[in-house]
Design a protein around this ligand. Structure first.
Ligand SMILES: [Zn+2]
Ligand SMILES: [Zn+2]
Length: 301
């Protein structure tokens, strides 16, 4: 039978370091949205946690949605997703791990490796490590908006003979319906993942987010994290990266507080379209640099 699957989605259980609410889809809502959109299968793939699955397992069953327990592990080399892993896998993540270690954790837990946004411009994908990792390659991600990333992921998956799928990397409710993998399979997790590995797939609703949607995503995340950010500005951030040295001084606190308040008051203002355009231009320049590194990798494949 033909089953429509959303293989990459985040719920409010995913926590960001600066902006604590990474996704604004609450776990129960993910199931309800799937049902409303005629999606048969969803994998919850929160960052470094499997906590959504036990909370919505029963609700998914009652709604007739097949729920796959997943996790997106932030490894030292980029993100790696495990599909159909055990609940509590994150207990092994108390220290940073490499992609190879993450792969072993996923495999030991009986899961399948899914490789998201392989050529992300900020190197949030595993990039050239793909040679060492067997797994399903995500060949379309709505957040890969710089033009080459998905094309290269598709090309490399073909050249290395790896199975392909697509995923929404959904952080907003309306993203859940993007990038669906339609699988010809029996309706159980094991058969579905096997069918994907055999290439019995079609891809549906693949498109990138527009700049306006990217803006909406940022503003939603910040406004849902408002109390957390406010508290950090008041009581101090953890200084864990070079650029965070700037944080926590009195002038910075005033500036951050002013920006946050202004941002929340002027959400509908055109100024944010302008800000997004400027940061997009900067990101395009950055993407050109990353693309050159990946070009060299691909030409040597
Ligand atoms: Zn990711
Ligand atoms: Zn993700």
């Amino acid at each position: 039978m033909r089953l429509t699957a959303q293989l990459h989605l985040h719920t409010t259980e995913s926590k960001g370091t600066r902006i604590v609410v990474d996704s604004i889809i609450n776990p129960k809502q993910a199931v309800d949205l799937a049902k409303r959109n005629g999606i048969d299968v969803i994998a919850v793939t929160d960052h470094d946690t499997t906590s959504a699955y036990p909370k919505i397992k029963k609700h998914a069953e009652e709604s007739g949605i097949l729920l796959i327990n997943g996790i997106e592990i932030k490894t030292l080399d980029g993100h790696l997703i495990g599909l159909d892993v055990d609940v509590g896998l994150e207990e092994n993540l108390s220290r940073p791990i490499t992609t190879l270690e993450a792969r072993d954790l996923i495999k030991d837990s009986g899961g399948e490796v899914y490789i998201p946004h392989l050529f992300d411009i900020r190197n949030a994908g595993i990039g050239t490590k793909i040679k060492e990792i067997d797994g399903i390659v995500e060949v379309f991600n709505p957040l890969d908006i710089f033009g080459f990333e998905d094309r290269y992921a598709d090309l490399v998956a073909s050249r290395l003979g790896k199975p392909k799928a697509v995923g929404a990397d959904a952080h907003l409710p309306k993203m859940l319906n993007l990038c669906l993998t339609v699988v010809d399979s029996e309706p159980d997790t094991h058969s579905i993942l096997n069918a994907i590995k055999k290439g019995k797939t079609e891809f549906k609703n693949c498109r990138h987010l527009t700049l306006r949607e990217m803006k909406e995503l940022s503003l939603e995340r910040v406004s849902n994290s408002y109390d957390y950010i406010k508290n950090k500005i008041r009581n101090g951030w953890e200084v864990d990266r070079g650029y965070m040295i700037l944080a926590n001084n009195p002038l910075m606190k005033i500036l951050e507080d002013f920006t946050l308040e202004l941002g929340m008051r002027t959400k509908k203002s055109k100024i944010w379209d302008f800000v997004v355009c400027i940061s997009h231009i900067l990101a395009i320049l950055y993407a050109k640099k990353t693309k050159r590194e990946f070009d060299a990798f691909i030409s040597n494949l």
